[in-house]
Design a protein around this ligand. Structure first.
Ligand code: ZN
Ligand code: ZN
Length: 341
């Protein structure tokens, strides 16, 4: 193809040199340029492993918004020509933390996923030439944003371990990171009880993530290595399942990675970021979280058990973002810390 373009171009130049009638020369050259543009476009369309990017329909904002609407006003949405934005405080409506048996002493606190730090979903997905595998990528940051405004991280933690299998996750598939930021690592399939057959999340490449059924209620079709398939309407989507990789095996769509991060701890941009409050905490050997409950406005109590003894964290914050933590160890020793955000 390149050779053909070169030959056509050479012919045009030689015609220009030979011809003595200037307007004809220009017409010839203009015609060749149009032809070359068409050829170049044809080449572009036929590459990319036989998949044409132009075949992906731009996602309508009303479709995405209908998936997020059941969780408003705890979350809010907006969009422009290129992106759909989800603003969220990072705390889901469901309970959290109970069921964790491998705990790093982090607890959920509100986050500021708002304004320029909102979650960002591209409206025009583009197929990746080579989908980036989640086994060897994205061990930092979110890979999808659930319809309740909670980010979904890689199924593997930043040490490459399956978070669910090693007991790091609560009964809802989530836990808190170093910034005390609540997020899922497993598929939040429980959202289907509110969302019905609508998507339970959108991946950061722009494709929807459905629960265990197809959008028409039929049995889930077989999944490719990315953990999705092209549906009857010609549009690709992922599915959440209860086994690895749970949500995304590889990013079907093209994503931009943060140049300051290296695989496997690379992350997708744009990305919303957590706002850490406390210094990073350490694993508490043998602890399992048995209860977690609100004890008032902006106040929670977490109960954990080691052997037959219980320990507690009571924490609260006020309107000035002053946080108070009271730690009661399994021996009954009480300490407290204050932090200002
Ligand atoms: Zn995590
Ligand atoms: Zn499907």
């Amino acid at each position: 193809m390149t050779l053909a373009i070169v030959l056509i171009f050479r012919k045009a130049i030689s015609n220009l040199n030979k011809s003595t009638y200037a307007p004809t020369k220009l017409v010839n050259l203009a015609g060749c340029l149009v032809l070359m543009t068409l050829i170049t476009y044809a080449c572009k369309k036929s590459t990319d492993n036989g998949i044409t990017n132009t075949s992906i329909i731009k996602t309508t904002t009303s479709f995405i918004d209908s998936a997020y609407t059941p969780y408003k006003p705890a979350i809010s949405t907006r969009w422009d020509d290129n992106y759909f934005y989800v603003a969220s405080g990072g705390i889901p409506a469901h309970n959290m933390m109970v069921g964790i048996t491998n705990w790093q002493q982090q607890v959920p606190i509100p986050q500021f996923y708002t304004g320029a730090n909102s979650w960002t979903i591209p409206l025009q997905p583009v197929y990746a030439t080579i989908p980036m595998n989640t086994r060897t990528n994205f061990m930092k940051g979110a890979i999808a944003i659930a319809v309740n405004g909670i980010p979904i991280f890689n199924a593997l933690n930043n040490r490459g371990e399956d978070s669910y299998l090693i007991g790091e996750l609560d009964n809802w598939g989530g836990h808190c990171g170093k910034g005390d930021d609540y997020h899922y690592h497993a598929a939040p399939l429980h959202l289907s009880t509110i969302s019905g057959l609508k998507p339970i999340a959108f991946a950061l490449d722009g494709f929807a993530v459905y629960g265990s059924k197809e959008p028409d209620g039929s049995t889930m079709q077989s999944l490719d290595t990315c953990h999705g398939h092209i549906y009857n309407n010609g549009v690709y989507h992922y599915h959440g399942t209860s086994n690895y990789p749970y949500v995304i095996g590889a990013m079907k769509g093209k994503v931009t990675t943060d140049p300051l991060t290296l695989a496997p701890e690379n992350q997708i941009l744009p990305q919303a970021f957590a706002s850490p409050l406390r210094p990073a905490t350490t694993p508490l050997a043998g602890a399992s979280i048995t209860a977690f409950a609100a004890t008032g406005n902006n106040a929670y109590k977490l109960t954990y058990k080691i052997g037959s003894a219980f320990g507690y964290i009571d924490y609260r914050w006020d309107v000035t973002n002053k946080y108070t933590f009271i730690y009661t160890s399994i021996t009954g020793a009480v300490t407290s810390s204050n932090y200002q955000r």
